[in-house]
Design a protein around this ligand. Structure first.
Ligand code: CA
Length: 370
């Protein structure tokens, strides 16, 4: 009798999980082309542009060459393991120019697999530090790099490793050597999929204050982090639930308190905050099914979408009401599997997990339907 009851409960759980997963897979979703103005690919990027970090002067850094095979080698196109990790620089002020690879410090070694990034700029000296998630062969790391504009190079300030870094996807800087890091799983390798299938809340957000690290949030399917201007709110994307969580941040101890979850209708990846308007922008995947096919064969196209959430609430709770926009969509031909976006003076850069990058001018007025 007990076994029958247990079996029944297991069946109910399996049906509930399959129902939830099938809804989120987006099997029947199509990528529709709608560009906000003239768009072009940014050369020479061909092997991914997973995340974009933007400096106040319009210089954007783009991470490229993420070796996703670390997640589950048999399900990935073997060409991905040959990707070379790079960080490109793109200048929004010279939008007709190509992106240029930035010279990396020798300490990073031959094997470099950059993922999420964020930028910290010293308000007095203007020094730019780029925080880069790097899946080192032996362990996860957040590399803190100083940008040297004259030599177009990075020097290594600090390589932060910690036992709480289980599978870091993204990072958001809150000081010259302090940050939050989001782990997108606890298990490594192919078995990590079981975390999503079973709905195990083993993802974490880790706060590193420059010396020590602690877990400040746990849950399912975490991905990317961003922070509001002034640092009061932290944003966390949860692709599987197709939502972005908004937390109030205690600036003394780094703790986070969930205040809002906004459903965006697509598998939201890296979050970008427009500090002029407070808008949340993100690269999105429409179909995890097509995304999976793209990872298995990078010649198979996966649709792209960019979303924008415009806050309409008061300053202490800006997203109590909001408007949701889709400024960009593509069937996968221009850019496949969009993961990131950055906005600068009515121009956007769009990045992808494994494919090209695109630059678009925004011809429409932001206050209109775009
Ligand atoms: Ca990401």
């Amino acid at each position: 009798m007990i076994f029958k009851a247990f079996g029944f409960l297991l069946l109910v759980f399996a049906i509930q999980r399959l129902w939830k997963i099938s809804l989120k897979m987006g099997v029947y979703k199509k990528g529709f082309i709608h560009h906000p103005g003239p768009c072009r690919n940014v050369l020479p990027i061909e092997t991914g542009s997973e995340d974009i970090a933007l400096a106040a002067n319009g210089i954007a850094f783009i991470s490229s060459g993420l070796k996703v095979g670390r997640y589950c080698e048999p399900s990935c196109d073997p060409r991905i393991s040959e990707y070379v990790g790079r960080i490109y620089k793109f200048d929004f002020n010279m939008p007709n120019e190509d992106a240029v690879a930035v010279n990396l410090p020798d300490e990073l070694g031959e094997y470099f697999s950059p993922h999420g990034m964020d930028l910290w700029q010293d308000p007095d000296s203007g020094e730019i530090r780029l925080f880069v998630v790097n899946h080192r062969l032996e362990e996860e790391a957040v590399e803190i790099l100083k940008y040297n504009q004259k030599s177009n190079s990075f020097s290594l300030v600090k390589s932060v490793r910690h036992e709480l870094f289980t599978s870091v996807n993204d990072v958001v800087a809150v000081g010259p050597d302090s940050f939050y890091a989001a782990n997108d799983a606890y298990i490594t390798g192919c078995w990590r999929m079981m975390e999503a299938v079973l709905g195990l809340p083993w993802c974490t957000v880790v706060y590193y204050d420059g010396e020590t690290a602690k877990i400040v949030e746990k849950g399912e399917g975490f991905n990317s982090l961003a922070i509001s201007k002034g640092g009061r709110f932290v944003f966390l994307s949860v692709p599987f639930d197709q939502q972005v969580n908004i937390y109030k941040r205690d600036q003394k101890d780094g703790s986070l308190k969930l205040t809002r979850s906004i459903e965006v209708g697509c598998m939201i990846d890296n979050v970008f905050i427009d500090h002029t308007t407070g808008d949340v922008w993100s690269g999105c995947h429409l179909s995890s099914n097509l995304f999976g096919q793209h990872v298995a064969d990078i010649d198979m196209k996966a649709p792209s979408q960019v979303i924008r959430v415009h806050p309409k609430g008061p300053a202490d709770d800006p997203f109590s009401t909001y408007q949701l926009f889709s400024p960009f969509g593509d069937d996968g031909e221009l850019v496949s599997a969009s993961s990131s976006v950055a906005l600068y003076k009515n121009k956007i850069l769009i990045g992808t997990v494994l494919h090209k990058a695109a630059f678009c001018e925004i011809a429409m007025k932001a206050s209109s339907t775009f």
